[in-house]
Design a protein around this ligand. Structure first.
Ligand SMILES: *Cc1c(COP(=O)(O)O)cnc(C)c1O
Length: 360
């Protein structure tokens, strides 16, 4: 029997949601063209800007779409034929930025890198004539967290617009627009925010707002989102329930503090990595975020078989890789409503699978 439900979720999106999020998901969708809903949107914007330490005058656009739409819309709205984008391409999501640039005829440097977090940005110096830099701060396909401080210093030095797809590290890992010199943050509902998929937020600094192209498309025209956002509204029907769930989540994050959430994810990630040390699995990336652990089998097992077996035998959903990494790599997410008890279910399953005693 095909069974989508009641599995233990360790995937980097969707992630395990909080109880209060699930409750809000069961209400009737309220009407939204009114003052009450505008207040909710305003409050979401305010808290998001606060926890991102966004420069004064920054704005948040709420797009009803998955994260890739935020990537594409940012390129369409912020870049034009005069620009030259530098894409940090460390895997599948970096390549997606390259593909978007090519489809929209945006000139680009495709800087391919491997197991490098760009703490040292010397290799980027040759691209100093770029006008924008596009980076997926956590390249989720392989689990690399780039050094946003160093990248931000580089873009600031050469006056390059710094566009960061932070979709899979926002909440779990440090993101600070002012400290890291970020002009645009793209984030989405179904990763660290632990909400259902369907809502994407693009945060624009005043510098980015000045770069918005004149209106040349309908649904994702940033000018309309900026204008309607001034009264807490969106140009088209938003993902109303997800915005209510976002509001609930942000109030909690604000109350507990963003560093509490960074630390919580770090503790969970460190716990998982420590507890599986006895297993024939190797950490794949040297620069892992708190959000996720990427593992490689040390024995003859294929990574995709492990993923298949873990869901079949233990009901634990992990994430396989595609292409040439299919047999080499699988991924375990630490985003969302994770507790050590919940992670123990997976750790115990892995020990049982390998017939190794977990011990004390
Ligand atoms: C998940 C993710 C996205 C968005 O993917 P969608 O399937 O469009 O939601 C974009 N960038 C990164 C780095 C991601 O991890």
């Amino acid at each position: 029997m095909f069974n989508l439900y009641n599995k233990y979720i360790f995937t980097p999106g969707p992630v395990k949601m909080y109880e209060s999020t699930l409750k809000l998901g069961s209400i009737q969708t309220p009407y939204f063209r009114n003052e009450e809903f505008s207040q909710i949107v305003f409050e979401c914007e305010k808290i998001l800007l606060e926890i991102l330490n966004a420069p004064k005058g920054s704005r948040v656009l709420f797009l009803t779409a998955s994260g890739t739409a935020g990537m594409e819309a940012s390129i369409q709205n912020l870049l034009n034929a005069e620009d030259k984008a530098l894409v940090i391409n460390g895997g599948g999501f970096g390549q997606r930025f390259v593909d978007i640039c090519n489809i929209h005829n945006i000139k680009n440097y495709n800087h391919q890198i491997n197991d490098n977090n760009l703490k040292n940005t010397e290799e980027l110096e040759v691209y100093k004539d770029a006008t924008a830099l596009l980076v997926n701060s956590h390249e989720t396909s392989v689990g690399i967290l780039y050094d946003l401080e160093s990248i931000g210093k580089f873009t600031k030095k050469y006056n390059i617009l710094n566009i960061v797809d932070a979709i899979s590290m926002f909440i779990t890992d440090k993101l600070d627009m002012q400290e890291q010199n970020i002009d645009v943050v793209i984030t989405s509902s179904h990763k660290g925010l632990a909400l259902p998929p369907g809502l994407t937020m693009v945060v624009l600094s005043p510098t980015a707002i000045k770069k918005i192209n004149p209106k040349h498309q309908l649904y994702f025209d940033f000018n309309s989102y900026i204008k309607d956002g001034e009264r807490g509204q969106t140009p088209f029907t938003p993902a109303v329930l997800i915005i209510l769930q976002l509001h609930d989540r942000l109030l909690n994050i604000k109350k507990e503090g963003i560093s509490f959430h960074n630390n919580k994810a770090r503790d969970i990630a460190e716990y998982f990595r420590k507890e599986i040390e006895k297993l024939p699995l190797e950490i794949y990336s040297n620069f892992m975020p708190n959000a996720m652990t990427t593992l490689s089998p040390l024995d003859e097992k294929s990574a995709s078989d492990i993923v298949r077996d873990l869901v079949r035998i233990y009901n634990c959903v992990l994430t396989p890789n595609g292409g040439e990494l299919k047999d080499k790599v699988f991924r375990v997410s630490h985003m969302g409503d994770m507790t050590k008890e919940y992670v123990d279910i997976l750790i115990d399953a892995l020990y049982d699978y390998y017939k190794i005693s977990r011990g004390e």
